[in-house]
Design a protein around this ligand. Sequence first.
Ligand SMILES: [Zn+2]
Length: 333
Amino acid sequence: MRYSSLIIVTGLANWALAAGPAMSDRFTVSSTCDTAKLDAVLTDAITLTNNAVAALQALIGFKGWLFSSTGTGSFASAAEAAFGVGVPDTLSFGYSVKDKTQLQNALDNYKILQNALVSGIKLNPARHWLFCDSSKLQWTTARLPPFHISHQLLQITIEQFFANSKPKPVKGVKGLWKDPEHKIGTQYIFVRDEYNGGPICGPKAAEGITFQAAGTMFLCPKAWVPTNYKQTLSALPRTGRTTWDDVRNLPGVFIHEMMHMLPIKPHITDEYYRGDRAYGQLRTLNLGLDTDGFPNANPTCLTNADSYHVFATIAYLTSAKVVPEEDKAKPAS
Ligand SMILES: [Zn+2]
């Protein structure tokens, strides 16, 4: 009996793996990537996204009584941390109109992500490339306004591209083109994340980088280090009090980059809180607070990529309480 049970479980696992899409269905994947690990990232990202959609639908339909059900409280905590929507009084009749609008807008964006990951809508391996380091870097055939480079493969690095094209600084940001005014698709090439003109995936670069206009995403080697990010959902602590640094995860990084990649309007960028990009639970939480420290459903939360990583992760951990790193209990001294 024991043996036959094992066969059934193994069979289910194989079926589950076979049922999901591979990353190569969505991107042209660089040979430097471990395809099994990438497929696991996609599978986990779909799980996070499906859960985020269900969580937001539950919150929008929340009528007070739902709050007593297991797990819904973590959804509400996630909405406060990521989208500046305060947790309603358990005796109230749900969220305000303003808060519901904020939740609905977040839901609409997650549905675009869900359609892309699950069904490939807005993703095409002929136009979207995924690299796991910069050693195979080449500019793609994507049409790049305003240079109108098309139908050719430029065998230069992105560093060389930017050095050659002398991009105009935008508002004092030297050597870097950004998208502060949501002008994507009109006349600029845009750089996402912490690309600073130095080597892609270099020591000063971010773990994930997305060049939306070129359809190019990098999940750099630093993203694949378990001490930086939990590599799978199964590695996340599922119960008790934990910190954001213990639960930030690679599938969530991929979601962050996907939100830059997808043609969502207004475009999702990295917003700033007090001079720093709003990465991580503490900054996304602060991004959603008014000057008195109350959640105010700030629309800026909706155009901040990491807010989608934070919400999806906290809403997934229904039995854990995730707190920002700074709130971690200090050891006795
Ligand atoms: Zn970003």
